[in-house]
Design a protein around this ligand. Structure first.
Ligand SMILES: [Zn+2]
Length: 128
């Protein structure tokens, strides 16, 4: 579950402590639900991994900053901080009006795009 989905679930309200303690199901009244939301978002953001796309090499960064590869499976997984630091530093970084040399991409987004492609390819042939 991603952070916006976590927040949406929290907004649906407390169905456990709220009714037991006699208040309505307003999520903001339930400290347990709110603490759980914060913990879940923190865990997600701490664990979230990023791939780094190199426009210069037209490939993904491999693990350990050691070269490039085409296959997502072989690409390195980096923390957000590391992916951002690499993208900011490589080839003088992002310059206004220029294509970004290196781009951090959330692993979940890479996998979602690949899944979408596979779905389309299965239904309609390869995407163009
Ligand atoms: Zn609750």
């Amino acid at each position: 579950m991603r952070p916006l989905e976590m927040i949406a679930e929290w907004r649906r309200g407390c169905t456990v402590a709220g009714p037991l303690l006699g208040y309505d199901d307003s999520p903001a009244e339930c400290a347990e639900c709110t603490d759980a939301l914060i913990d879940a978002i923190e865990s997600h953001l701490t664990a979230e991994k990023f791939l780094i796309w190199s426009n210069e090499h037209r490939a993904w960064w491999k693990p350990g900053r050691s070269g490039y590869c085409i296959a997502v499976e072989a690409a390195g997984r980096y923390s957000h901080a590391d992916a951002l630091a690499i993208s900011v530093a490589a080839h003088d970084g992002w310059r206004p009006g220029q294509p970004p040399p290196e781009i951090p991409v959330a692993e979940a987004d890479v996998l979602a795009c690949e899944a979408h492609y596979r779905e389309r390819a299965g239904n309609d042939g390869p995407a163009r």
